[in-house]
Design a protein around this ligand. Structure first.
Ligand code: FAD
Length: 491
């Protein structure tokens, strides 16, 4: 504990954001460059170095948070980087993207503002890159075993890096034209710029991991044949089956799934397209869905110069504080204003762009087969049924459906070729040790867990890599942060 009085004398301060007009005019990171380092050591000094660090329990990776908080408070950045990388392959991914369940579990959060753990993690990762402490770590000797990793999102990347470093020859197969999964084509660059992903891929290539892009396993390559050519296989194919909104008018032009929209917007940022074919420019946009994906659509639409924008959430508006059934240290659902929501409020002259308890009932046709309005009612709390007498409509020229994901896109061929099981929830069946189907096959990330978070994907990739290494060698030195049945701390 670097500063025994820190939590009493130092108020919480988060990494400042760039002014809204400046940040919606570009696609760069929303935080103020250089705004974190001057404040972060004092913030790390707020950590109480608790005897029982509940932040560990709240982090799927088991990040050694009090250890690196102390080192950051003492400005020993290199040692902090070593402690952070001991449990997390890609701390900048979580430092920039994680909703930080660790902060909900911080003991300070019982009656005060928690430590800014996520900001501290981002600062350590940034310092590590800036000072050249992130280096390729190729294995000292090769095992002679080969592993195929299918999918290159955070779960596949973490699994591939662990297995490569353990000495196996790892080939990653990715159906998209570039590796990265949702980090590449889902999450917009104003949340995490793509160079953060690219330099990790460079590190992995330098360690010996080989990437094959544009290969859909199950279609372009037979999965059983591929397994026959490798000693083990890690399936990290994500959960990209998008939920539908089966209401009258869904077939009208101008209604799209959020992921169609976000992929095109990301392709513009990657230089593949000069303009998104689904651009929100000059349009009245309604986003259906109140989660992270909806907020990402909001931030994207604002940067495309949308005319007006509304985000609908079927759930009631959460309170500002924990509800009694979400006691500390669980990660509560509370009213939060993300950077995109702050940007939306300024765009809509001070009005929150979100409407809560909103149930979409149908879409109206403009007479030419395009959507002209979205008709909705209030949704009853709990049952979510429409409340009679509350019907209204919102003009809509572009509707984005951000309703979440129901499981892996059922690549029936992949499932059949490997003889995999599918759960009632639509995920790939596996045992608590990540094993699925024939011997030597393991499942990690959203594909097995269902739609989740980057931090769970990395933790699953690490744990499934340990399981695969144990299968190949009989024992493993790789860490197993979680089992496949571990669940977040939820009420
Ligand atoms: P994915 O990232 O989905 O990667 C799976 C990969 O497998 C894809 O590249 C896919 O092309 C490939 N693939 C699939 N089938 C095949 C096949 N047959 N052959 C070859 N390749 C295949 N989480 C956070 O923590 N913070 C956030 O801010 C956040 N924002 C999000 C925003 C959006 C818009 C979305 C959709 C999700 C967000 N998430 C966020 C969730 C997070 O991105 C996912 O939980 C995480 O990416 C899951 O990782 P994964 O490796 O399991 O799968």
């Amino acid at each position: 504990m670097a500063d025994p009085w820190g939590f009493l004398n130092t108020p919480r301060r988060s990494w400042p954001l760039r002014p809204v007009p400046e940040r919606v005019a570009d696609w760069r990171e929303v935080h103020l460059p250089g705004g974190l380092l001057p404040i972060v050591s004092a913030q790390a000094g707020r950590c109480m170095d608790c005897g029982i660090p509940f932040c560990h329990l709240s982090c799927p990776l088991g990040n050694l948070i009090p250890d690196w908080n102390t080192l950051v408070a003492l400005e020993d950045w290199e040692a902090a980087s070593e402690r952070l990388h001991a449990t997390n392959n890609f701390p900048e991914f979580t430092g920039y993207l994680c909703p930080a369940p660790c902060e909900s579990g911080c003991v300070l959060a019982i009656n005060a503002d928690p430590v800014t753990i996520k900001n501290i993690e981002a600062a350590i990762a940034d310092q590590a890159w800036e000072h050249g402490w992130v280096r390729p770590l190729p294995p000292e000797r090769h095992s002679g075993r080969t592993v195929a990793v299918i999918g290159s999102g955070p779960a596949g990347l973490a699994g591939a890096q662990q297995l490569t470093r353990a000495g196996h020859t790892v080939s990653v197969y990715e159906r998209a034209d570039r590796p990265g999964g949702l980090l590449r084509y889902g999450i917009p660059s104003f949340k995490m710029e793509k160079f953060q992903l690219d330099r990790r891929l460079d590190q992995m290539r330098a360690e010996g991991t080989v990437f094959h892009t544009g290969v859909e396993v199950g279609t372009d390559v037979d999965a059983a044949d591929l397994l026959g050519r490798h000693d083990a296989m890690l399936l990290a194919v994500g959960a990209a089956a998008m939920r539908e909104l089966p209401v009258p008018g869904r077939e009208l032009a101008g209604i799209h799934q959020a992921m169609e929209y976000l992929v095109d917007a990301n392709r513009v940022q990657q230089g593949d397209l000069s303009r998104s074919p689904l651009s929100a420019e000059g349009k009245a946009v309604v986003i259906v869905g109140g989660g992270d994906t909806g907020a990402d659509c909001l931030g994207t639409a604002l940067r495309q110069n949308v005319a007006s924008v509304v985000q609908l959430d079927i759930k009631p508006e959460p309170g500002a504080d924990r509800s009694p059934n979400e006691p500390w240290p669980v990660h509560p659902r509370i009213y939060q204003v993300s950077p995109a929501h702050e940007e939306g409020r300024q765009h809509e002259c001070g009005r929150d762009v979100r409407q809560f308890s909103a149930a979409t009932v149908r879409f109206e046709d403009d007479g030419r087969g395009r959507v002209k309005a979205l008709c909705l009612t209030d949704a009853e709390a709990g049952t979510r049924r429409p409340v009679p007498g509350t019907g209204r409509s919102i003009p809509a020229q572009l509707v984005l459906l951000a309703l979440g994901f129901s499981g892996p896109e059922h690549d029936a061929d992949l499932v059949a070729q490997l003889g995999l099981g599918v759960t009632a929830a639509g995920t790939l069946a596996r045992d608590p040790g990540f094993a699925a189907g024939p011997p030597g096959v393991f499942v990690a990330g959203d594909a097995g867990r269902g739609q989740s978070l980057v931090v769970w994907a990395i933790a699953e990739g690490r744990a499934a890599a340990a399981a695969a290494d144990r299968y190949l060698n009989g024992a493993t030195p790789l860490p197993t942060p979680i089992t496949a049945t571990d669940r977040p701390l939820t009420p």
